[in-house]
Design a protein around this ligand. Structure first.
Ligand SMILES: Cc1ncc(COP(=O)(O)O)c(C=O)c1O
Length: 316
């Protein structure tokens, strides 16, 4: 490998005593804390005032991360791929050995009502499900399952989608399928993402590139990754991380456009041959990556074309 800056640290940076102010993700207004907003939240089957949607400190989900969530966007008031997100929500819970007590049509209907009640058009929707307080032990089979749906106004996740962001390689790696339920959008799997993101932001980058347990390129902390190499698009096989709904959409769009997609093991060395790199995710949409550590990517034509096609696809 020719670029020593792309070699991962053998041990992740320790967390320093004081963490500098970080630009909080998913926060449209950093001053207003998320527990003090106006509006309504759908909580266990009914709508309640935003500030009343609380859970008990003895919730199993809090202590043992028995919690799954989703991230959905609405464009012009219409949630994009709502059914797919709620099917994944159910699958994520099943992988953590619990069942969401509301079926997909009920959650779809509740989401549409939530958007209407809160007059939301360009929005981020956060469904979350967790185990309750009946048991405080590793075993949790007698806990009840709680579900909440929350939505708020939301724009460009990185604020620089097509200007391009800078990533740095993290020392944290995505675990193997034998070590974690990696196809579940499980809260616990985000612990290493938060650590990787903080480490990247402290170094002055926008986000982190994470390798998998084999040392192959996996994804960023909250989005899938694609490399453009000589007109073809290469992306890691989603065999130990989330096969994003946006990733699947992008693959379909590219194939429809006659652009070849190669799903394979992607090595760090492949970055040396890439002319463009981009991320995909519900929040990230299609986000251009300008650089990964010292390696800069000179082009953006294919990324911009796909980003425009993605925008056209998601808007009603
Ligand atoms: C770790 C991670 N990978 C990938 C994705 C992209 O998934 P999707 O396109 O379904 O939003 C997300 C976002 O949900 C994510 O958090």
């Amino acid at each position: 490998m020719s670029d020593p800056d792309l070699v991962p640290d053998p041990v992740p940076d320790p967390v320093p005593d004081s963490v500098p102010d970080l630009v909080p993700d998913l926060v449209p207004d950093p001053v207003l804390s998320f527990d003090r907003r106006d509006g309504s939240i759908w909580y266990n089957g009914s709508s309640m005032a935003w500030t009343d949607a609380k859970l008990h400190v003895m919730s199993h989900g809090l202590h043992y991360a028995s919690c799954v969530f989703e991230g959905i966007r609405a464009y012009g008031g219409e949630p994009y791929k709502l059914r797919e997100h709620y099917e994944r929500f159910h699958m994520s819970a099943n992988l953590l050995d619990f069942q969401i007590p509301y079926d997909v049509p009920t959650l779809e209907q509740a989401t549409r009502e939530l958007l209407k009640d809160n007059s939301l058009s360009e929005a981020y929707i956060r469904p979350v499900a967790w185990r309750g307080s009946e048991q405080m032990a590793i075993a949790a089979d007698k806990t009840t399952i709680h579900v909440a749906l929350v939505a708020w106004n939301f724009g460009d996740y990185f604020g620089a989608r097509l200007k391009g962001i800078r990533l740095t390689l993290s020392g944290w790696r995505r675990p193997s399928p034998e070590s974690a339920p990696c196809n579940s959008k499980a809260a616990g799997l985000y612990t290493i993402c938060t650590l990787a993101k903080h480490e990247a932001q402290r170094k002055g980058f926008d986000d982190a590139l994470m390798l998998d347990y084999r040392g192959q390129i996996a994804e960023s902390t909250g989005a899938n990754i694609f490399l453009v190499i000589d007109g073809k698009i290469h992306t890691p096989k989603a065999d130990c991380f989330l096969d994003g709904i946006t990733r699947q959409t992008l693959v379909q769009i590219a194939r429809r456009e006659g652009i070849e997609i190669v799903e394979r093991a992607v090595a760090l060395e492949d970055l040396e041959r890439a002319q463009e790199v981009f991320l995909t995710g519900t929040a990230a949409e299609v986000t251009l990556v300008r650089a990964i550590d010292e390696r800069e990517f000179p082009d953006n034509a294919i990324t911009k074309r796909l980003a425009a096609l993605y925008d056209a696809e998601v808007r009603p």
